[in-house]
Design a protein around this ligand. Sequence first.
Ligand code: CP
Length: 318
Amino acid sequence: MQYFTSVNDVENLDALVALARAAKQNPYDANHLGKNKTLGLIFMNPSLRTRLSTQKAALNLGMQVMVMNVDKDGWALELEDGAVMNGTTVEHIKDAAAAMGQYCDILGLRAFPLLKNREQDYSEHLLRKFIAHCKIPVVSLESATLHPLQSLADLITIRENWPHARRPKVVLTWAPHIKALPQAVPNSFAEWMCRADVDFTIAHPEGLELAEQFTAGARILHDQHEALEGADFIYVKNWSSYRDYGQPYAGAAEWLLNAAKIAHTADAKIMHCLPVRRNVELSDELLDGPQSLILQQADNRTYAAQAVLQRMLEAITK
Ligand code: CP
């Protein structure tokens, strides 16, 4: 594996999940692979789980890790080719990414969308330029449109909690929020669930449709109650409008998930990628209750990253 930016970079989903679950059982089994190899983690935006779990994964594999908060500690980056850089930007992405590629064997990049220009965000122009210029393997730590490490951890968590033969019913339900959030987590979750062996439904208020390229194959409902009926897993997430790009959805507090709303599910497990605004997106009673999988998801971030880094190291050392 050279790039991990979406589910389309994964040849065999089941094999990658199995590798992650094996790493969880024996985290240091492959720690020879990372000897004298360096992972660089580049953040344009804040992070807790991605930063710590990916570092831990790399350390489990015997790698060295360097972390840089480009938004705070780096030069202001220029993205436009041919720009006359006589304004606020100090360094072109082509020079910055190329230099980073000299210091590392694998690079991770977190770069959120600006939520102003849909075409630009959905073209992943920053990630694509970074990949083009660093010239080494790249793992997405969440891009403008997708968060594949989160989705892999979510799939591992679903598999761990599903011993039955029948396909689980998985529901992604929109949640209220006070800010306009990116669509990366729900896009990515939808993309992965549409590839996995699950019965997948998305529930959201009208007007909050996600980009069809990520939801093809999903059942889409605007009635949360109907969507949750018989659910085995409920993934709760806010996102801003794709159609009215980047606009927050005002109100809709009635979409907050609480215990009363899941009474007619199949004792559904509750999932959220974190960070979560408690009692705005999801109630305390569900987050802290016995059906909550949020900490297991966070734990599985390490083994998702470890499986991906292991595949990249195997490709480098082949
Ligand atoms: N879920 C997730 O990516 O968390 P962070 O933003 O804290 O990394």
